[in-house]
Design a protein around this ligand. Structure first.
Ligand code: NAP
Length: 247
């Protein structure tokens, strides 16, 4: 198990939901965190203040990671502030659910850009720094929907499945450099994204989850810390944290 004290992480979409839980969990291990946000400035700044009040270190960095120039600025701002980049968590994501017949090109492209294209943008900008780190980590927050599909989610499912292919291929390419590349596939986790699902549908979903409950964002965050601390021999994998919904 390696110590994460004074490592540097970037968490895209790190100020809310699963991303905020990942930020907090990493900070509690002594990691300095760049909390990326797109529109949620207030929650990013509040989280940075909270981490600093607890004796940690963090910065908030605005960037829409679906644009390569903004993703590059995020990585460079982190390097400038903390001198290194050891951990990249690609967590930023959106849904725009529509049945395929009603899915316009704009909603297709937007979901692919934010969920998948962003992963290319941040990873390519951070790669040199991650390779310079002792034990670089790339962790892609994919989804059970990328594995099992989801009604009305062709765009999201394609993006999340794309992350899994990306993860395995890059893991092969980087294995000898010491940088590991893994994906976490959450099931249904209680965040704004899931609370946006109508209540009757949510009840139906819970009734199908073997553990009969939604997951907590902290349960995903602890998976991230595990992969960072204990994951030197784990690469190209999908860590399913889903209450047994997909096996
Ligand atoms: P959430 O509460 O809606 O948060 C989404 C995060 O993504 C926000 O911090 C948001 O930041 C950020 N984001 C969106 N567009 C962005 C962009 N263009 N550039 C930078 N950041 C952007 O969602 P969540 O449930 O925590 O989901 C986090 C990740 O887990 C997503 O990738 C999601 O697909 C995945 N996931 C979630 C579940 C679930 O059940 N909740 C299940 C499987 C996978 P701003 O608010 O600043 O825009």
């Amino acid at each position: 198990m390696i110590s994460l004290q004074d490592k540097v992480a970037i968490v895209t979409g790190g100020s809310k939901g699963i991303g905020a839980a990942i930020t907090r969990e990493l900070a509690s291990q002594g990691v300095k965190v760049a909390v990326n946000y797109n529109s949620s400035k207030e929650s990013a700044e509040a989280l940075v203040n909270e981490i600093k009040a607890n004796g940690g270190d963090a910065i908030a960095v605005q960037a829409d990671v679906s644009y390569s120039d903004q993703a590059k600025n995020l990585i460079e701002a982190t390097k400038e502030a903390f001198g290194q980049v050891d951990i990249l968590v690609n967590n930023a994501g959106i849904t725009r659910d529509r049945s395929f017949k009603k899915l316009g090109e704009e909603d297709w492209k937007k979901v692919i850009d934010v969920n998948l294209h962003s992963v290319y943008n941040t990873t390519s900008a951070a790669l040199t720094y991650l390779q310079a780190s002792e034990g670089g980590r790339i962790i892609n927050i994919s989804s059970i929907i990328g594995q099992a599909g989801g009604f009305g989610q062709t765009n999201y499912s394609a993006a999340k499945a794309g992350m899994l292919g990306f993860t395995k291929s890059l893991a092969l390419e980087l294995a000898r450099t010491g940088v590991t590349v893994n994906a976490i596939c959450p099931g249904f986790i209680e965040t704004e994204m899931v609370l946006a699902i109508p209540e009757d549908i949510r009840e139906q979903i819970v009734s199908k989850i073997p553990t009969r409950r939604f997951g907590h964002a902290e349960e995903i965050a602890r998976g991230v810390v595990f992969l960072c601390q204990d994951g030197a021999y784990i690469t190209g994998q999908q860590l399913n944290i889903n209450g047994g919904l997909y096996m």
